[in-house]
Design a protein. Structure first.
Lengths: 205, 94
């Protein structure tokens, strides 16, 4: 009876919590998955234009951003290990590192988009409207998909920020770290999407 | 009760996973810089899929967690694959 009461006031089910997170991740896969199909159909219909338009993108900056995201995925995975081992300080350092790397990613993105916009390449620009349909589709998808991905980075930043505060004040701790795990899952999803965006937009030759 | 929570990834294994992922990324860039026609895209997608599998299994812990997550993810990816195949049957043979 006593036990029953405790269980009632303290609902905590890490498995269910993680299943919930995965279900949410599936909706994200559906969202980006649909866009990837749109991309592949248009690319199939406008192969030459997609190849030529992709030459405009800077492989180096794309590669740097890929590596930044991969490293940030590792730091967030390590932060879970650190908390499981009870090393709160290291958890916080690793989370801060992840947040910092995410900001660097966004700054790179800012310069990359800035250069494109400076060259009059953005959805609806006069220059882009003068190009072929394939070019318009390529850059439309480029801005929409990397933009949507960047929004997910910002959402991930907010989530990891909340996790950081909760680890710091002890709400998320060695015995209850579902929120950290779920935040980590979200961050890996953002990485996962970029793993496909990078070759599809930057590496068409 | 907390039995299933016991697997803790080591820092070393996570560094190894990261190095593998970076190596595969560089490999993609190198492969796509050689002109192989349609095989470029096929190779790039194959490597990206391997990278995604590594992230799912190790960073997202599917390899160590309860089987239910792995089952769910496999199911969703299978459904997505079917949608891609159907879409392309439509576009290739219309």
């Amino acid at each position: 009876m006593e036990q029953n009461h405790v269980a009632h006031t303290d609902h905590f089910d890490p498995v269910a919590s993680k299943i919930g997170m995965w279900l949410f991740i599936f909706t994200e896969i559906l969202l980006f998955g649909g866009l990837f199909i749109v991309y592949s159909v248009y690319r199939y219909n406008h192969q030459v234009e997609f190849h030529l338009a992709a030459e405009e993108l800077d492989v180096t900056i794309g590669l740097i951003n890929t590596i930044i995201l991969l490293i940030s995925s590792m730091t967030v995975a390590m932060s879970i290990t650190a908390l499981q081992l009870g090393n709160k300080k290291l958890t916080l350092i690793l989370l801060a590192a992840t947040i910092l790397l995410a900001l660097v990613f966004l700054v790179n993105k800012y310069f990359e988009w800035g250069a494109k916009i400076h060259h009059d390449i953005y959805p609806g620009s006069e220059f882009l409207l003068s190009l072929s349909k394939g070019d318009m589709l390529f850059f439309g998808l480029y801005f929409f998909m990397t933009g949507l991905h960047a929004l997910h980075i910002i959402a991930g930043l907010a989530l990891l920020g909340v996790v950081f505060v909760k680890v710091k004040n002890g709400t998320v701790n060695q015995n209850r770290y579902s929120l950290l795990e779920n935040g980590g899952l979200y961050w890996h999803l953002v990485d996962l999407i970029w793993i496909f965006l990078f070759p599809l937009f930057y590496l068409i030759h | 009760m907390s039995e299933h929570k016991n697997h803790i990834s080591t820092y070393k294994s996570q560094i190894l996973v990261l190095l593998t992922l970076i190596m595969l990324t560089v490999l993609t860039v190198v492969i796509t810089s050689v002109h192989l026609g349609p095989f470029n895209t096929a190779a790039a997608m194959l490597i990206a899929s391997v990278k995604a599998a590594i992230v799912l299994l190790y960073f997202m812990h599917l390899k160590f967690d309860e089987k239910i997550y792995r089952f769910m993810v496999t199911l969703v990816l299978a459904i997505y694959a079917v949608v891609i195949i159907i879409t392309f049957f439509d576009y290739l043979y219309r």
